[in-house]
Design a protein around this ligand. Structure first.
Ligand code: RB5
Length: 152
């Protein structure tokens, strides 16, 4: 049976623009469809304005996962985790990126362009995209997280 191509949403601010473009090209080369929510230059902008629509695309089912890049990755992870249905992880090495897919069912990866260089960033992205949620005992834990979100 033919597998549907997965779609990855992207967003960045001025601090993450150059790395976001490199990651987007890499992800496209891996065979994914991409949705780019900008920004599209190094001109100063506000990361929530770009991060939010990328996360909304995930929640709406228009994208399977999102990758957000800002200077530290932290601002993007903060805005992403405000959105119901999003589990965002800010990662600066591949092991955490793999485990947050396998155990936390993270659906958004955040990377700091001022923290990691392009080579390590692509390894982080591969670790995130090449692994899947394991379910089992982790499903119960993720369900608890989502219950907390529901309670507000
Ligand atoms: C922008 O200078 C910087 O604050 C932003 O990219 C990010 O690091 C915020 O968390």
């Amino acid at each position: 049976m033919e597998q549907t191509k997965k779609t990855i949403a992207f967003a960045c601010d001025h601090g993450g623009y150059i790395l976001k473009d490199a990651i987007l090209a890499h992800v496209r080369d891996k065979g994914y469809d991409v949705l780019d929510f900008g920004t599209d230059s190094t001109a100063r902008c506000e990361y929530p304005d770009h991060g939010e629509p990328a996360c909304r695309a995930v929640v709406a089912g228009k994208a399977d996962l999102a990758i957000l890049v800002c200077g530290t990755g932290i601002g993007m992870s903060l805005i992403a985790n405000k959105i119901h249905g999003i589990r965002a992880a800010c990662c600066s090495e591949p092991y955490s990126a793999k485990m947050t897919r396998c155990h936390n069912d993270a659906n958004v990866l955040c990377i700091g362009a001022r923290v990691v260089g392009e080579g390590p960033a692509l390894d982080i992205v591969d670790a995130f995209l090449d692994h899947a949620f394991e379910g089992g005992r982790h499903a119960e834990r993720v369900a608890r997280i989502m219950e907390v979100e529901k309670r507000g």
